[in-house]
Design a protein around this ligand. Structure first.
Ligand SMILES: O=C(O)c1cc(=O)[nH]c(=O)n1[C@@H]1O[C@H](COP(=O)(O)O)[C@@H](O)[C@H]1O
Length: 240
């Protein structure tokens, strides 16, 4: 993959108008656009089709976490929308992940299209090791837990995981080269950390073995969003 294809821009904006204007501005320099709950809840499912029609690949980030029947039914709908990738919480369990992977393949087969990649969200990048232990009462260390969950996601037929840059190297070693690692919590040195806890720079994330990096605010907040995206891509190019 070329560096621009590795950049996923999080379209964390309120309206369809803002999202489409960003896609227009960035489509020739960005690989994938991510639609999260903020935009999906305001613009509705049709925004996936509109961005795809405008020439962008779409990552539907709704982080499904529900019973197997509900999530696999939602997966069929997301597949019909033409998403390039979507995610579910690994914490939703093995059966949910298995049924979701199966339903996605079946639905794509019926439609004669390439199936979207199904990703398992491991531990959110906003959670620190201390929060994991003290608030969530999970005694396993962060890296061990994330690797266990990545292996479970792989066994259940998922295409990859969403994980913080801090766990990329361990996941890559445990899960091998074909398993996708998508990494948010990435910050260029010139950007604020915001609410992200386990971060690295874009270049470090790619060097550690990430396939894709997800970046929102450092691009969206800039005066010149295209220039911000280009700076990140140049950093990726220099690192490869
Ligand atoms: O699944 C995700 O995309 C995700 C998982 C995670 O652990 N952490 C995380 O930040 N994200 C998403 O990645 C994006 C990061 O945005 P910024 O922090 O603004 O770069 C947001 O849209 C988050 O919803």
């Amino acid at each position: 993959m070329k560096p621009p294809e590795r950049l996923i821009v999080a379209l964390d904006v309120d309206t369809e108008e803002e999202a489409l204007s960003l896609v227009d501005e960035l489509r020739d320099v960005v690989g994938v656009f991510k639609i999260g709950m903020q935009l999906f809840d305001s613009a509705g499912p049709d925004i996936v089709r509109k961005i795809t029609r405008a020439g962008g690949r779409v990552f539907v980030d709704l982080k499904f976490h529900d019973i197997p029947n509900t999530v696999s039914a939602a997966a069929r709908i997301i597949t019909r929308l033409g998403a390039y990738m979507f995610n579910v919480h690994v914490a939703g369990g093995r059966e949910m992940m298995r049924q979701t992977a199966k339903a996605t393949l079946e639905e794509a087969g019926c439609l004669g299209i390439s199936p979207p990649r199904v990703l398992g969200v491991t531990v959110l990048t906003s959670i620190s090791e201390q929060q994991l232990r003290e608030d969530l009462k999970i005694q396993l260390g962060m890296e061990e837990l994330v690797v266990e969950w990545a292996l479970m996601a792989r066994e259940c037929g998922l295409s990859g995981v969403v994980a913080s840059p801090h766990e990329i190297a361990a996941i890559r070693e445990a899960c091998g080269p074909g398993f996708l690692i998508v990494t948010p919590g990435v910050r260029p040195v010139w950007a604020d950390k915001d609410d992200q806890q386990r971060i690295t720079t874009p270049a470090q994330a790619i060097q550690l073995g990430a396939d894709y990096i997800v970046i929102g605010r450092p691009i969206l907040r800039g005066k010149n969003r295209r220039e911000a995206a280009m700076r990140i891509i140049e950093e990726l190019e220099a690192s490869i």
